[in-house]
Design a protein around this ligand. Structure first.
Ligand code: PMT
Length: 403
């Protein structure tokens, strides 16, 4: 299990709901795994669950009294069901019987577990465990669809041989796999509440009404980063040059064409953001003047276009008063990649830079893949060729560490 994902469980509060199933004994292992990861766990058992495993066992593994009754004055005087519901960072029902899925679907509140689920704003995970025929039944599958539509996350079920002798889908997911899934859920919200601004794609620098200077950037790298950041909970703004891509609906996209337009949007959006990522291939120069009419070839055997430098957007972002906490640049190089990238890191006064060798046609510009090195003042990480979406999640993990 990845260490950084597991770290997301430390100091989190989990309610484990145990319902009536032969797999109930495995919930003790789930409690132990979560506790080992540094989480606090409280257990709620239904009456059915207590037919399969005793509250005493669950008390021993969780280190806390087990909650079983809704109308128990003594328990309500300690941590009552509303307090439990507020305390939890997530509720995990494991095993979840077919009956418990139906009851969740109906929004019942006639026992402690269902009342707690209704009262809690925390994410709910259910790990079904039942006979394969019960799982495949149309009624169960309709309940599963309803619960999934409400955003409830399913852990399994797994397939294989069952306690009843059948073979099929309905086995409880292994506790270690459940813990990994839950850890991944929390690690995927690593940028919750953060503001991230990303530039992507090329810029186009007009020469005349029909021609422009540009480059081969497709925007794939920047869009992958924007989608990953939005998925990780960040308020994400993507300043995009002209590309044929669509970002996830959670990303706010500002479309620009020229470097000057990108510059204006970047300076405005970067102020008071947490992270700025410059994945765009910004044209360093633009024509000094733009012809009003199409430039005619006529009899000319050559033509000269005078260029003037565009602003260095990322270097300016790194210098604004309300500077983002982390500024990540990209360096597109064809030789001396590490040395040139290091120079850019220093000269632009940014916090880190990902350098890709764009002479390699299998990665970089317009490829689905990328590879390179992430440099900061005190560390270097090599990232082997991988899909840009996967690379984006690696870079995101580095950003979180830097934040
Ligand atoms: O878009 P794709 O097809 O997916 O390809 C991805 C990519 C190759 C474009 C991407 O991985 C990449 O390398 N982007 C940076 C390209 C680039 O312009 O590199 P550079 O070395 O020229 O610039 C260094 C940094 O300064 C970059 O963060 C760039 O956005 C920024 N810059 C450059 C010039 C300028 N005027 N303003 C800037 O902000």
């Amino acid at each position: 299990m990845p260490r950084n994902a597991m770290a997301q469980l430390t100091n989190r509060n989990f309610i484990i709901g145990v319902t009536g199933s032969i797999a109930a004994y495995k919930s003790a292992e789930l409690v132990r795994e979560l506790s080992r990861a540094g989480a606090s766990v409280r257990v709620i058992m239904t009456a059915g669950a207590q037919e399969f495993i005793t509250p005493l066992t669950m008390q021993a593994v969780s280190g806390h009294p087990v909650h079983t009754e809704l109308l128990d004055t003594e328990a309500e005087a300690g941590m009552g069901h509303i307090e439990l519901a507020r305390w939890a960072d997530a509720i995990i029902i494991a095993p979840a019987s077919a009956d418990s899925l139906a009851r969740l679907c109906d929004g019942r509140a006639d026992d402690l577990l269902t009342s707690c689920v209704l009262a809690s704003p925390a994410p709910l995970f259910v790990a079904p465990a039942m006979n394969q025929g019960m799982w495949a039944n149309e009624a169960t599958q309709a309940n599963v669809s309803t619960l999934q539509d409400r955003g409830i996350k399913f852990l399994g079920p797994d397939s294989g041989s069952q306690a009843c002798g059948d073979i099929g889908t309905g086995r409880l997911m292994e506790p270690t796999d459940m813990v990994l899934n839950i850890a991944t859920h929390f690690s995927s919200r690593l940028l919750e509440g953060r503001r991230v601004v990303i530039t992507a794609g090329p810029t186009r620098e007009p020469i005349c009404p029909v021609r422009y200077l540009s480059n081969h950037s497709s925007g794939k790298m920047g869009y992958a980063l924007a989608n990953a950041c939005a998925e990780a909970g960040a308020l994400t703004t993507l300043i995009s040059g002209p590309v044929a891509l669509t970002a996830d609906p959670a990303v706010s996209v500002i479309r620009v064409t020229t470097a000057l337009e990108m510059h204006e949007a970047a300076i405005r959006e970067a102020a008071s953001s947490d992270v700025f990522i410059g994945a765009a291939a910004v044209a360093d120069f633009r024509p000094a003047s733009v012809a009003n009419e199409k430039i005619k070839r006529g009899n000319k055997s050559s033509a000269v276009i005078e260029l003037v430098a565009n602003p260095d957007i990322i270097a300016e972002v790194a210098r604004i008063d309300d500077r983002p906490k982390v500024v990540m640049g990209f360096a597109a190089e064809t030789e001396n990649t590490e040395a040139y990238a290091h120079k850019k890191l220093i000269e632009k006064a940014i916090d880190c830079i990902f350098v890709n060798d764009v002479s390699d046609k299998t990665i970089g510009f317009d490829s689905e893949f990328n590879a390179g090195m992430l440099l900061s003042s005190d560390a270097t990480h090599e990232l082997k060729p991988m899909n840009k979406r996967v690379l984006a999640s690696h870079l995101l993990n580095h950003l979180v560490t830097m934040l």
